[in-house]
Write a protein of this length. Structure first.
Length: 754
């Protein structure tokens, strides 16, 4: 089979494209993004005969699904394969009159021409891509391999023995051996279930008989206990009636005694109330008399408060005059000076000092016969620098020299101030004190004279002393008054309490009288039938127990009787149920028949198991035969791979090993399970080879598979096969491809490199 032409419409980036091919070796050298890989993918999609797979691959922006036409030749006959995704149909038309429209028909046509499973062969063997040179033995390739190996037939026979005869996996096409063994095993299982059922029935029957007997014994014992408990229950009720009557009589006696005590207490309380009333009246009179005296004393206390305020004002004025005298004494002769004038002098003084500090001068001594003194210190040198003012003395001459005229103007005044006040800080202190004294003078205008204040203080002091003397007894009288009031309150509370107790006693007496009357009526009407039924034995048995204890025992007895009654009912139900069960006895004769039938079936299954053992041995022999066939063809396969690999690498690698037990490998095993032997004898796993050498090994393996198992010439599709090849290996590989082309194969190489 040789390709002539491929036409693509709306297929990926091939919007409207047509490519022609010649026999032998074809090179398509185009830049990246041209669509070289897309051409190969489209040819594979066309021979897949599946229009639906093209729909997702339509050209971007186009609404019409892809259409692919492939023209090819087989044995001088030309054919055109068209796959239309829009119409979802395939069509094969040939010059020999062939017209086919179904994928299955086209596959059968290709098989008749010698191209069995061609879509699988094309994708798995005849398309070689730069990044994926591995291949797996898929269904189609496996059939191709078996046509040569014949090992699958052996494997199928082995699988048939194992699955149909040994493992019984033949489904609806069950063979007699499997049917017979399965029927015997199912029948044996059925017998074992029946035997188990009969055995369970027998065990259940014996168990029911035993349970029935046990239940009857329990009913008998429980009935006897119930009878004894009923008798005890009746005696307890009689005892309770006896104790209730005694309790009523005792309660009556207690009530009569309590009523008598209440009457006596009421009389006593009345006497206490009369005594308290007399005491309360006497206390009230005494308290009224004390209230008048305390009112006079309180008025005197208020007057003392007023006098204290006046005395405090007078003392404040005296303190003011005293402070003025102290400040005048501290100021001495300066007390009459004007603080505002002094403030002006202080500012001038500070101005002089500031000017003196800033003003600088220079004296040059041109000539002098004697010693010159500067500020009474002998001058050194002819130039004397000074600040503000300097005094120069020479013989009988004395000069004050100023650096500035303003400093000279203020100098005399500064001397006077310095002599009088010492420093600006002292002057500032005097100004502050004068101003404080002036403020104190201002405050004295709100007070009388000093003599008048002293006179007022003496008068107020004497008056307060007189009032304090009269108030000496106020606290004593007040405390006594408070005690009398507390005593009055206490007596009034006690009186109310006694009145309350009298009221409660009267109410309690009334209640007790009513209760006593009702109790007498209850005792008269209490039933006395228990007196004849209550035995002396019962009285002695429960002697010392209270009415509460007897009531609890009655409650316990009632509860126990209810439980016994419920248990007897449950036991009666169980008795009826087990009596019904023991009526049905198991069929023991049938049990023996089933045992004999089981032994017969087990003997038959034993014979079939022996036959199965023989079949397993046969299957193992066939498996070893199949392995031997695979090993033989694996050696042949490895020799072809080694031949191509040696040619590509220029003899660098002489031998290869494919580490699989069968040629029915998967894709991962084909890509990884290789070992190459270099010309120096060193061995390399495929993972240790360089990317280029690994690709060359897998290419050699693919070529070997084609040469061994695909006997009809077709076409190879290579997509960048030399990406990892150096110049020399590329040339040797192209030489191999040329040899293939010369033997009748068509080789189409897509590459971006020339």
């Amino acid at each position: 089979m040789k390709l002539i032409k491929a036409v693509f419409k709306n297929y990926k980036i091939l919007e409207e494209s047509e490519f022609s091919f010649k026999e032998g070796l074809n090179f398509i050298n185009e830049a990246n993004e041209f669509g070289k890989s897309t051409i190969i993918e489209g040819i594979v999609d066309a021979f897949s005969l599946n229009p639906a797979s093209l729909i997702p691959k339509k050209t971007e922006g186009k609404e019409i699904p892809p259409v692919i036409k492939i023209a090819f030749v087989i044995q001088e006959d030309t054919y055109e394969l068209k796959i239309n995704a829009q119409e979802e149909r395939v069509f094969l038309k040939g010059k020999d009159g062939t017209e086919l429209e179904s994928p299955q028909g086209i596959k059968k046509f290709l098989a008749a021409k010698g191209y069995q499973h061609f879509p699988h062969v094309l994708e798995g063997l005849l398309v070689l891509k730069e990044r994926d040179l591995s291949v797996g033995a898929t269904r189609g390739l496996k059939d191709i391999f078996d046509a040569v190996l014949r090992s699958a037939s052996v494997e199928n026979l082995e699988n048939r023995i194992r699955n149909e005869f040994i493992l019984q996996r033949a489904g609806l096409r069950q063979k007699p051996f499997g049917q017979q063994k399965r029927a015997l095993e199912e029948k044996l299982l059925d017998l074992e279930e029946k035997l188990s059922s009969l055995l369970r029935e027998k065990e259940e029957f014996e168990k029911n008989k035993k349970n029935l007997k046990k239940i009857k014994e329990e009913i008998k014992n429980l009935s006897q206990k119930q009878k004894e408990l009923l008798q005890k229950y009746e005696q307890l009720k009689h005892m309770r009636a006896y104790l209730e009557l005694r309790a009523l009589e005792q309660e009556k006696e207690n009530l009569e005694k309590e009523l008598k005590n209440l009457v006596a207490r009421e009389e006593k309380l009345n006497r206490e109330v009369l005594n308290l009333a007399e005491k309360i009246s006497s206390l009230k009179k005494h308290i009224e008399k004390q209230n008048e005296e305390i009112a006079k004393l309180i008025a005197a206390k208020e007057k003392i408060k007023v006098l204290k305020d006046r005395l405090q004002r007078v003392e404040k004025g005296l303190c003011l005059f005293k402070e003025i005298q102290q400040k005048e004494a501290a100021l001495g002769d300066s007390k009459n000076l004007d603080p505002e004038a002094l403030e002006t002098s202080l500012r001038d003084w500070k101005t002089f000092l500031a000017l003196k500090k800033r003003a600088r001068g220079l004296i040059k001594i041109l000539s002098a016969k004697g010693q010159v003194f500067v500020n009474r210190i002998p001058a050194e040198g002819q130039e004397i620098a000074f600040q503000g003012r300097v005094r120069l003395e020479y013989q009988d001459l004395c000069l004050d020299i100023f650096a500035d005229t303003k400093v000279a103007d203020l100098s005399e005044r500064e001397e006077k101030l310095g002599q009088k006040f010492g420093s600006p800080e002292n002057l500032l202190s005097i100004i502050k004190k004068l101003r404080e004294l002036k403020g104190l003078y201002e405050q004295t205008k709100y007070y009388e004279s000093l003599d008048e204040l002293l006179k007022q203080k003496n008068g107020l002091t004497k008056e307060l002393e007189s009032l304090f003397a009269s108030l000496a007894s106020l606290e004593t009288k007040r405390k006594e008054h408070e005690k009398l009031k507390e005593e009055l309150t206490r007596h009034e509370i006690q009186e109310r309490k006694l009145q309350q107790e009298i009221f409660q006693a009267r109410e309690r007496s009334k209640t007790l009288s009513e209760k006593l009357s009702a109790l007498e009526d209850e005792i008269k009407s209490f039933p006395r039938d228990f007196e004849e039924k209550l035995s002396l034995k019962t009285l002695r048995a429960y002697e010392g127990l209270s009415l509460k204890d007897i009531s609890e025992k009655i409650s316990q007895a009632e509860k126990s009787l209810l439980q016994m009654e419920q248990k007897l009912n449950d036991l009666e139900i169980e008795r009826v149920r087990f009596e019904e069960r023991v009526k049905r006895e198991p069929d023991l004769a049938r049990f023996e028949d089933l045992l004999r039938e089981k032994a017969r079936l087990e003997q038959k299954i034993l014979r079939l198991n022996r036959l199965e053992k023989v079949l397993r041995i046969s299957a193992d022999l066939l498996a070893r035969l199949n392995a031997e066939l695979n090993r033989e063809y694996l050696r042949n396969f490895e020799e072809h791979v080694a031949k191509y690999f040696s040619l590509i690498t220029g003899g660098r690698y002489q031998k290869v090993s494919f580490k699989e037990e069968s040629l029915f490998f998967d894709r991962e095993a084909f890509a990884k399970n290789w070992e190459a032997v270099r010309d120096d004898g060193k061995r390399f796993e495929i993972d240790r080879l360089s990317d280029g050498t690994r690709a060359q090994l897998l290419l050699a393996a693919r070529l070997a598979l084609v040469r061994l198992f695909f006997k009809r010439e077709a076409f190879f599709l290579f997509d960048e096969p030399f990406a990892y090849f150096d110049k020399y290996r590329r040339e040797r590989t192209i030489s191999i491809l040329k040899n293939l082309a010369e033997t009748g194969w068509q080789v189409i190489v897509m590459s971006a490199h020339k």
